[in-house]
Design a protein around this ligand. Structure first.
Ligand code: MN
Length: 205
């Protein structure tokens, strides 16, 4: 759950507290968005068991890195939120890579495997959906432009399917276009993050 700290009516901290108390939601990984310079926020995040926090305005690369770190940390039941996004040398992640471009496939697979992560490759959106049905993944890296089912559509279908299961797999979009509307379209489709291609190791982790 990505929470804004300061919201009208109920702020992010109150909401985080309620999530932690709810039997169904207590296992959720929480990441807080805070405004710069409010050191009380950090203390409150710690007290509430929030895995990580990000200063606004949020940079794409920081968001991706923080989400990956937070999810990794929650898997290992590790304690304090990271001071800044860093590659957690923890448990290997099961990654579903949906990408139709062979060069990009090789690049990303090599990057991930070098870090000890386990990669399942899908060459089309349809294959990605099949793999998602078959297996549980910790994170999905989704190319936006693919033949048959594209990344946005595949993401929407996964999110619809998840209403049955109550799960939420983090989906990170990979796109060749650094166009402004792209980010919004990805988030609208239910993606959690966004990196632009060619994928830079520093951005991915
Ligand atoms: Mn493509």
């Amino acid at each position: 759950v990505l929470l804004d700290a300061h919201m009208p009516e109920m702020d992010g901290f109150t909401l985080a507290g309620l999530i932690q108390q709810s039997p169904e939601l207590a296992g959720s990984t929480l990441v807080m968005l805070t405004s710069a310079g409010l050191s009380g926020d950090v203390t409150q995040c710690r007290q509430l068991g929030i895995r990580a926090y990000l200063m606004k305005p949020v940079k794409q690369s920081d968001l991706v890195a923080t989400l990956l770190t937070a999810l990794d940390a929650s898997q290992r039941q590790a304690a304090p939120p990271p001071e800044r996004p860093a590659l957690a040398p923890g448990a290997p992640l099961r990654v579903l890579l949906a990408e139709d471009n062979v060069v990009n496939q090789r690049l990303v697979v090599r990057l991930l495997e070098k870090q000890g992560h386990q990669v399942t490759l899908a060459c089309t959106g349809r294959e990605a959906l099949d793999a998602w049905e078959r297996d549980n993944f910790d994170v999905v890296l989704m190319d936006v432009q693919m033949p048959d089912v594209d990344g946005l559509e595949a993401t929407s279908l996964i999110r619809v399917g998840e209403r049955r299961t109550g799960r939420h797999v983090p989906i990170i979009a990979m796109t060749a276009h650094a166009m402004k509307g792209d980010r919004e379209r990805c988030l609208e489709a239910g993606m959690d993050g966004y990196v632009s291609k060619p994928v830079q190791p520093a951005e991915l982790f």
